[in-house]
Design a protein around this ligand. Structure first.
Ligand code: HEM
Length: 402
């Protein structure tokens, strides 16, 4: 008898606790057939080693996800000619153009500024008082300001591109037409920004889009389409995931308040705590999509050339084959090779920037609000039902002396 095809996201999606469905698949059906929201049937791999293999093995392609008739996970069409829709060597060429900006040492120079910004946002929280929404006051504005500054996108336009980003990640079939319009508007917005930068290329600014515009003028192989894809890609990828993670980090720590108290008492644990929370928190209810370029057999399942394969990062992060007590939150976990930033050639370009944002925002909150608490049980906080999942709000009581 053929195995049933499961609808993904699963019924146990969008909550703090790990998914029992992922756990069951990991044990009994490590290569499972699932149907995506966009109506495509693809394979889902859930074990740590298989997820890493799919992400790093050249038999599984990202470029093929934009081919005619390719399976789709999301409602939004992936943009061609971007980092996320090319394979080496095209991908290597594109990635080289931006890798120095995101290199560890260079990006570390933003840390003092991110720390200062985090402290200012903590002031805004204090001014808002008990019941303040940390998502609205810290988790969103911090990464948005950082990526705007880095990329050269006006912060004043945030309401507009937030709306387009929200729709771009939508998982509601009813919003299909709106999603396409939002992606077209976002692309047109970046196109106009690039045009403005081209027109003012005699007055260079210190930002990444400007750098790319100049690289193109100076003869680097970079088409106008690729330049615009970079802008869209970096603006969206550069704030949405970080914003969700900042909220999830704080919420998970406050869910078991002894964790918050432990970090208040010992800031040296912040770095390992952030890695553990990245492993522990759910941030995507689907997986990273690849398309098989040739037939591949995995655990007795024949994956055919042209079929989609999703690598479930959140499930891999909870695989007991890789971690002792994976469902236990250990703030000082050692040798934590989580897959939350992916693996292989498409490993997250902004990983170090995200780490700086997560570490500095947490430190600012620990310093300012040692007695922070949730206003309601974590389990009752609402989740946003979108592709990169996270909390819709994070109301807190500040615990400041009256
Ligand atoms: C906690 C926050 C973040 C998480 C969990 C995260 C996660 C990821 C993951 C899992 C991938 C790999 C996707 C795949 O293999 O299909 C990725 C790629 C990427 N991320 Fe992040 N990311 C975060 C923050 C950022 C930030 C702040 C930036 C800012 C620039 C960024 C930019 C990118 C880009 C451009 C790619 C595509 C890289 C490529 O295809 O070569 N991300 N991210």
């Amino acid at each position: 008898m053929s195995e049933p095809v499961l609808e993904i996201p699963f019924a146990d999606a969008f909550q703090f606790d790990p998914s029992p469905t992922f756990a069951e698949l990991r044990e009994n059906r490590p290569v499972a057939r699932v149907r995506t929201l966009a109506g495509a049937e693809v394979w889902l791999v859930t074990r740590y080693d298989d997820v890493r293999m799919v992400l790093a093995d050249p038999r599984f392609s990202r470029a093929a996800v934009v081919k005619q008739g390719a399976p789709r996970v999301a409602l939004a069409k992936p943009m061609p000619n971007s980092l996320t829709t090319t394979d080496p060597p095209e991908h290597t060429r594109l990635r080289k153009l931006v890798s120095s900006t995101f290199a560890h040492r260079r990006i570390e120079r933003t840390r003092p500024w991110v720390a200062e910004l985090s402290a200012k946002l903590a002031d805004d929280v204090a001014a808002a008082g008990d019941g303040a929404d940390l998502r609205e006051l810290v988790a969103l504005p911090l990464p948005i300001q950082v990526i705007c500054q880095l990329l050269g996108v006006p912060y004043a336009d945030r309401a507009q591109f937030r709306e387009w980003t929200e729709l771009g990640y939508s998982m509601r079939m009813a919003e299909k037409d709106l999603v396409e319009q939002a992606m077209a508007d976002l692309t047109a917005y970046i196109e106009e920004l690039v045009e403005r930068k081209l027109a003012n290329s005699d007055q260079p600014a210190e930002d990444l889009l400007d750098e790319l515009v100049r690289a193109r003028e100076e003869g680097d192989r970079l088409s106008q389409e690729e330049l615009i894809s970079f802008g869209v890609n970096l603006l969206v990828a550069g704030h949405e995931t970080s914003a969700n993670q900042i909220s999830s980090v704080v919420a998970t720590l406050l869910r078991w308040p002894e964790n918050w108290a432990r970090l208040v008492a010992d800031h040296s644990l912040v770095d390992s705590a952030i890695e553990e929370l990245l492993r522990f928190n759910r941030f995507s209810e689907v997986g990273q999509l690849r398309v098989a370029l040739e037939d591949v057999e995995l655990h007795g399942v024949q994956i055919k050339a042209g079929e989609g394969v999703m690598a479930a990062l959140n499930s891999a992060n909870r695989d007991p084959r890789q971690y002792d007590d994976p469902d236990e939150l250990r703030l000082d976990r050692k040798d934590n090779k989580h897959l939350s930033f992916g693996f292989g050639p498409h490993f997250c370009l902004g990983a170090q920037l995200a780490r700086i944002e997560l570490q500095e925002s947490l430190l600012a909150l620990l310093r300012r609000f040692p007695n922070l608490t949730l206003t309601k049980p974590a389990e009752s906080l609402p989740w946003r039902q979108v592709l990169v999942s996270g909390l819709a709000e994070l109301p807190v009581n500040l615990g400041l002396p009256a």
